[in-house]
Ligand binder design. Structure first.
Ligand code: NA7
Length: 526
């Protein structure tokens, strides 16, 4: 006797929607969630200035037209509190919490081949069984916590953007240090600069950032009357949101025209900056033109030319790391109370009781904010012991993840991953990718039930082919050139392999749809 048909791990947007869909399809599903409420990423990342880099018109569920019509997004780019409120609203509206076990972390998954079931063990010592497990564990959910020497000696407060306290943080007038200048760092720095006493930013790699031009959400009213058709179109795009992709090549475009197009997109704002030409991610010269345009705008914003240069990315192609969408980040450095430490020139030696020593100089601070990112894509899966006999997923993936379509991994039957490695996930609008995977997985489980089957596993040759396809697709781009978290390069000792599928959301959907129609070709069903 099984405890559940399906156990879903995580109650972020993926887990919530998966629960909704399975319940609707008549499965008994239970969600296990480490936090004490829903929201996933948006539950944990409550740091000042936390905001989505995808427009709220696109970053929302599409599965229920009524939900679409009733929820108002106040800003073009929604801030964390509003997105968390939306997740809570969805949980409430569909009465999802009753099937969620909160404040409980999954530690172990054990496959029993004879019984065709998983045993899921949690940190409260309990075990539950289910025929299927769906990991809705997120791509950026296992924080990377570098151990800076002396951190335990620090007498002030240390906050992690990825696990920000729910209340009680007061930075007003304080001397604050921020380590890390990815999206989380940029957003935090921009939000706190006006209120702190002094701000010292420790930068290892500068980020390419395009302006958000955030403001009231004027698009929502225009899209709403035909929202479902709009969503349908988004699902077939490269990025899972609409960018008015250009069809020409920058390398073949007259320089003045190219500059005008980059400028037009800069003025619109957001991640579509790179979508004006087809070759920005494949041609180094085209990429450099787009990159240099951003640097020229940084030089305009930052008064001190030396500082502008330090803030200008030069060591990797633009968009080979996820770009940041900023709301006045660079201008912050014109403030007298803000300073930048380039840790390539002045490496961090240690943290003392009173500050951070870099390049032989101690910068005093009352608070250190760590915005150092995540063990992306595989981190949350690797944190659990996922075992089938003497094989573990951790061992299998020691040299990089191996999946079929980012959905399943050979040797681990009946275990699905939503937005897993080798799917487009982190290169896309996560909402589009989540909904697609949930619908596909739900379809597969319904198919098994209809056929009287209870076991599904990726075939080894199909998996090998997909790993090769993913690698080949990545190698057609400039993306593997950056030491990015897409490559696992931010985690010491992690195998460097490009993890997401670069072929685009629409193409990926066509592939996976086709495989489902072809009786789940490449999967073994029994
Ligand atoms: P990111 O983008 O991984 O940024 C982390 C930042 O922290 C980045 O600047 C890192 O430099 C820096 N970092 C990491 N480890 C260290 C150490 N040991 N010393 C100094 N600096 C360090 O994470 P975010 O949370 O900002 O954003 C993640 C995603 O969330 C983002 O892409 C959006 O999709 C939303 P590095 O670049 O590795 O040299």
């Amino acid at each position: 006797m099984l405890d559940h048909d399906v156990i879903i791990i995580g109650a972020g947007f993926a887990g919530l929607y998966q629960l909704y869909r399975l319940r609707q399809a008549g499965f008994d599903a239970r969600v296990i969630e480490a936090g004490d409420d829903v929201g996933g990423t948006w539950y944990w990342n409550r740091y000042p200035g936390a905001r989505c880099d995808i427009e709220s018109v696109e970053y929302s569920y599409s599965f229920d037209p009524e939900l679409e019509q009733e929820w108002d997004w106040s800003e073009r780019y929604a801030a964390q509190p509003e997105i968390l409120a939306y997740a809570q609203h969805v949980a409430q509206r569909y009465d999802l919490r009753k099937d969620i076990t909160f404040s409980t972390r999954v530690e172990k998954l054990d496959w029993d081949e004879d019984a065709t079931r998983w045993t899921v063990t949690t940190d409260d010592g309990q075990s539950r069984t289910a025929a299927h497990v769906i990991a809705a564990t997120g791509c950026l959910s296992k924080p990377s916590r570098p151990r800076f020497e002396g951190i335990d000696d620090f007498a002030g407060l240390v906050y992690w953007t990825s696990n920000w306290p729910h209340e009680g943080v007061d930075l007003a007038g304080k001397k604050v240090a921020v380590i890390g200048t990815g999206s989380s760092g940029l957003q935090t720095i921009t939000a706190i600069a006006p209120i702190v006493g002094e701000l010292t930013v420790f930068q290892r790699t500068p980020s390419f950032a395009v302006p958000a031009h955030n403001g009231p959400n004027e698009r929502l009213a225009r899209v709403r009357p035909h929202y479902q058709a709009y969503r349908e179109a988004s699902r077939m795009t490269r990025l899972g949101f609409q960018c008015d992709d250009g069809t020409g090549f920058l390398a073949e475009t007259d320089p003045a025209e190219a500059a005008a197009e980059l400028s037009r997109r800069w003025d619109i704002g957001g991640l579509c900056y790179n979508s004006g030409f087809r070759d920005i991610l494949t041609d180094a010269n085209a990429n450099e033109v787009a990159a240099e345009y951003v640097r020229s705008r940084i030089r305009e914003k930052v008064e001190d030319p030396e500082l502008a240069e330090k803030l200008s990315p030069r060591t990797y192609p633009i968009a080979s790391k996820r770009m940041c969408v900023d709301t006045g980040y660079f201008e912050v450095y014109n403030q007298d109370n803000v300073s930048l430490v380039d840790i390539n020139e002045e490496p961090i030696h240690r943290i003392t009781s009173t500050g951070i020593v870099a390049g032989g100089i101690e910068r005093e601070c009352d608070v250190i904010i760590m915005a150092t990112g995540f063990d992306a894509m595989t981190g949350a899966l690797g944190a659990m012991e996922i075992r089938n006999g003497d094989r573990t997923l951790r061992q299998k993936w020691a040299h990089g993840p191996r999946t079929y379509l980012g959905l399943m991994s050979e040797g681990f039957p009946n275990l699905f991953t939503i937005t897993g490695p080798q799917s487009p996930s982190v290169l896309s609008n996560m909402m589009t990718s989540i909904e697609y995977h949930v619908d596909w997985i739900t379809g597969a489980l319904k198919h098994l039930r209809e056929q009287g089957l209870n076991r599904m596993e990726a075939a080894l040759d199909a998996e090998d082919n997909w790993v090769n396809t993913t690698n080949d697709a990545a190698d057609l781009t400039l993306m593997p050139q950056a030491a990015s978290w897409y490559m696992g390069a931010n985690i010491p000792g992690k195998q460097r392999v490009f993890m997401p599928f670069t072929g685009g959301v629409g193409t990926y959907k066509q592939i996976c749809d086709g495989i489902a129609v072809a009786h789940y070709h490449g999967f073994e069903l029994s």
